[in-house]
Write a protein that binds this ligand. Structure first.
Ligand SMILES: [Fe+2]
Length: 247
């Protein structure tokens, strides 16, 4: 895939000694594989598979500029990396380096991969590619937590009421509602409620991400309230995944 070489060349202009840059580069390459895996399971055509891989390859292109400028991934306090990614690809027609066509679909996937909600004005084709990219991205974030590359330190806090209760609505949680370090666990696990395809749920189940993430946190805390919250969350999430796979 020539686009991968172009991507690596693009990333090379940033500081490769910065761990955040390396993490996002490797995350991107895994997201490409996950996009491909989901697309194959969905029985998309070879042409469509190539397009969804491109969406995955470019989804976090804005991260490198963000890290370069702020040394941070925090969109709330810096900038929206989906919007910046779209801007970067449009500027000087950078997107041409990666693909000569389907620009609109790629740009939509980049812009909307990180939004709380996808606008319902997207056409069916764009919605499909945006949603596969979103799922692949979220699945790899769970993987990064399990590997410890994204570490969640609860510092013996428990989850705040708003976040804990919100979890049972089975919807994504809002970053602005995160109040305690332990809220991060619920917030990241709640990504799973937003997955769009049965195939994505199967991957999450097969990789055992939920149980692994909960186990890591159980071992690291002696806050009884948090332990009880984790047990409940684990139950709700595992049941939800089963339901999504069965339906
Ligand atoms: Fe992203």
């Amino acid at each position: 895939m020539k686009a991968t070489e172009e991507f690596l060349e693009y990333v090379n202009q940033f500081n490769n000694l910065n761990k955040k840059i390396v993490l996002k580069k490797n995350h991107t390459l895994r997201v490409v594989s996950l996009c491909e895996e989901i697309a194959r399971e969905l029985k998309l055509s070879q042409e469509e598979i190539e397009l969804v891989k491109l969406c995955g390859l470019l989804h976090d292109i804005g991260r490198f500029e963000q890290i370069n400028r702020y040394d941070s991934y925090d969109d709330l306090s810096t900038l929206d990396h989906g919007d910046v990614g779209e801007m970067i690809l449009k500027k000087d027609k950078l997107i041409n380096r990666f693909s000569k066509n389907n620009h609109n679909t790629i740009l939509r996937a980049v812009k909307y991969h990180n939004k709380y909600r996808v606008p319902n004005t997207l056409n069916e084709k764009n919605k499909l590619f945006v949603n596969i990219t979103r799922d692949a991205d979220k699945i790899d974030i769970l993987n990064l937590i399990v590997k410890g590359e994204i570490s969640i330190k609860t510092n013996n806090t428990k989850m705040s009421n708003k976040i804990y209760k919100g979890f049972f609505n089975k919807k994504m949680l809002k970053n602005k509602d995160i109040k305690t370090p332990a809220d991060e666990i619920a917030s990241k696990l709640a990504f799973i409620f937003d997955l769009n395809f049965k195939e994505s749920y199967k991957i999450v189940k097969n990789k055992n991400y939920v149980n692994k993430i909960i186990e890591i946190q159980m071992e690291e805390t002696n806050n009884k309230d948090l332990i009880n919250q984790l047990k409940e969350i684990k139950k709700v999430m595992n049941n939800y995944i089963e339901e999504m796979i069965q339906c």
